[in-house]
Design a protein around this ligand. Structure first.
Ligand code: IMP
Length: 429
């Protein structure tokens, strides 16, 4: 059986939730390997819409193992809420199959507060989700982080929180002039989470090793997108983890040889939420139309997403960085009404043309996207189920994306529902 990774190749919100939900039917195990509750994976089944921030989207399939890997920063408050909501909806009946790595770092109340305070005070905002992601990864790197295993040991946990509060309260009270945290309040709150996490936490490395020995099919579920990657994204306007496929291995504790196929998810156009450069952004009526038709509002924060044309310069870099073997093109139907559709094939900076993205964020702001213009299809794609039934101009658009990125399109999504999907190649088959 193959092991497959799914990653976003733009700035997140590409529609990974829908495809992970589809592929989960063929997988035995679904693993999240980075990010935290900043993600928002939307899955529509019939008239029911479910948004998951932390728990892998595969949880909606009965009988699958769903795993939170060590690379995730875990907010127990969100976890508890999601478990309660999922159970209310009739999911997670067999919760012995939901597993959390003991090595995952915890989001603490001071992480969320510091994230929000920093964003509210700086002039150059990142536009974070305010979920404490950056401060939690900062602590992990500086070795001040508190992990799930630490919470399970009452004494260790108490000492780590106490040490952290000395520094965090100093920063919050003295620098930000805000209200700090009391040790006892945090200990009391996290006492409840200890019980919850004890139930689900385990040695995920050895669990996945056993799964591989038994030739189980594993699906690695990425969050955010490649251009939010802390190294390869539009730094500093990025998230604080490596979002690219390379982090599957460190973030779940599996060897780099174990993944057979990476599926890259992208929209038929581009969106971005939060601050930062966006060369193909449309700030006029065309962008507004995309936002309206595509219902482009953040599933975590509700913020309107910025919209623009498909950027083949960025997508091509993503295909290389992630080792993408096939693409899933999402929300193709959003372009139904457009007379002309544009594809950015290079950037012009000064007098020079570039087909690779700049290294520096100021380069992005200087670049003028160079477009190829194609005729739109001006007809509804909603719910078309076969490639043959797609209009000729739609096929031409898809072919051009394949040519520009030098990778084939495997999946096409023509509507939010599970069934509005054209599968040209199922990577698990
Ligand atoms: P953070 O991850 O909350 O620190 O936010 C850093 C940047 O990443 C901000 O621009 C966010 O809007 C963006 N971001 C974080 N998670 C997501 C996501 O799941 N989808 C899209 N953008 C995201």
């Amino acid at each position: 059986m193959a092991n497959i990774g799914v990653v976003g190749i733009q700035w997140g919100d590409e529609g990974k939730g829908k495809i992970i939900d589809f592929l989960s039917a063929y997988a035995d195990v679904i693993v999240r390997f980075q990010g935290g509750a900043n993600a928002g994976h939307t899955i529509v089944i019939g008239d029911k819409k479910t948004i998951l921030h932390l728990i892998p989207s595969g949880i909606l399939h009965e009988g699958k193992y769903c795993v939170i890997g060590n690379g995730v920063v875990l907010d127990p408050e969100v976890l508890e809420k999601e478990i309660t909501e999922l159970k209310k909806l009739g999911y997670m009946k067999d919760d012995k199959k939901f597993l959390i790595s003991g090595l995952a770092h915890l989001i603490m109340p001071y992480h969320k507060k510091l994230d929000q305070l920093k964003e509210s005070r700086v002039t150059k905002k990142i536009g974070t989700t305010g979920r404490g992601i950056g401060p939690a990864y900062e602590d992990r790197t500086s070795r001040a982080g508190i992990r799930v295993v630490d919470l399970l040991n009452k004494k260790v946990f108490r000492e780590k929180v106490r040490e952290n509060l000395e520094v965090k309260n100093f920063l919050i009270r003295r620098y930000y002039k805000d209200e700090g945290f009391k040790l006892m309040d945090i200990l009391k709150k996290y006492d409840g989470y200890r019980k919850l996490l004890k139930k689900y936490s385990m040695d995920v490395v050895s669990f996945l090793e056993t799964c591989m020995a038994k030739k189980k099919a594993i699906l690695f579920e990425g969050a955010q997108g490649t251009f939010l990657d802390v190294d390869h994204g539009t730094y500093p306007y990025v998230t604080s983890s490596n979002t690219m496929a390379g982090n599957i291995f460190a973030g779940s504790g599996v060897p780099p040889t174990c993944v057979d196929y990476i599926l890259g998810i992208c929209k038929a156009y581009t969106t971005r939420v939060g601050e930062g450069p966006f060369p193909t952004e449309l700030s006029g009526p065309e962008g507004d139309l995309m936002r309206k038709i595509g219902d482009e509002y953040g599933s975590t924060t509700g913020r309107p997403r910025r919209c623009g044309w498909f950027d083949a310069v960025l997508a091509k870099r993503s295909v290389y960085l992630n080792g993408i073997k096939g693409l899933s093109i999402m929300k193709l139907d959003v372009l139904d009404g457009f007379e002309k559709i544009k594809l950015c094939t290079s950037y012009k900076i000064g007098k020079k043309y570039y087909t690779e993205p700049p290294m520096d964020v100021t380069g992005y702001y200087k670049c003028e996207p160079q477009y190829e213009e194609m005729d739109g299809w001006k007809t509804s794609l909603r719910d078309i189920k076969t490639y043959e039934d797609l209009p000729l101009n739609t096929k031409k658009y898809l072919k051009r994306i394949e040519e520009l990125l030098n990778v084939k399109v495997d999946i096409i999504s023509t509507g939010p529902d599970r069934n509005s999907t054209i599968i040209l190649h199922n990577p698990f088959r």
